[in-house]
Design a binder for this molecule. Structure first.
Ligand SMILES: [Zn+2]
Length: 161
């Protein structure tokens, strides 16, 4: 098996090669090679560098596309580097949480009476959003009862049940 055989079993998406074959239960691309199940990325590393992955390293991809096995994106990472990367992912999650918080503050444009009206109204989110001049996704958040409770204003709690 060579890199072209691997590439032939992928779909090219941008500069990534997305593996169309099997995956492990934890989501790593998997291939049968020499009668054994092996990590596609490990194999790609070995084919590209002409030697196996160094002991103690993990073959992973710098693009972080979970399906990608592109030889230009697959690198050997030490455990310490992998740990650093998972911390970086946690930072991304924090950023996503901050964006969600900003969206919730947008909901605070509504008065407590309007929030109550949204919760009691039989109208659809789309129809109400048009009336109130907010995005309909804000109304679905209000109706799930999450947004109004969480921001600090003199009215906080008025709409919460
Ligand atoms: Zn990639």
């Amino acid at each position: 098996m060579n890199l072209n055989d691997i590439k032939a079993r992928c779909e090219e998406v941008g500069t990534c090669w997305e593996w169309q074959g099997a995956y492990t239960t934890s989501g790593s691309p998997l291939v049968y090679h020499d009668g054994k199940r092996t990590s596609v990325r490990k194999l790609v590393y070995a084919l590209k560098h002409g030697r196996p992955l160094p002991e103690g390293q993990v073959a992973s991809n710098s693009c972080q596309n979970p399906r990608c096995v592109c030889d230009d994106h697959v690198r050997g990472f030490t455990q310490a580097q992998m740990l650093h990367r998972s911390r970086a992912n946690t930072n991304q999650e924090l950023r996503a949480a901050r964006i969600a918080a900003t969206k919730r503050r947008t909901v605070a444009k509504l008065t407590p009476e309007q929030v109550q009206m949204v919760r009691d109204s039989p109208k659809t989110n789309l129809a109400l959003a048009a009336e109130l001049g907010v995005h309909h996704s804000h109304l679905s958040v209000i109706r799930r009862g999450k947004a109004w409770r969480t921001f600090g204003s003199p009215f906080a709690g008025l709409g919460a049940r």
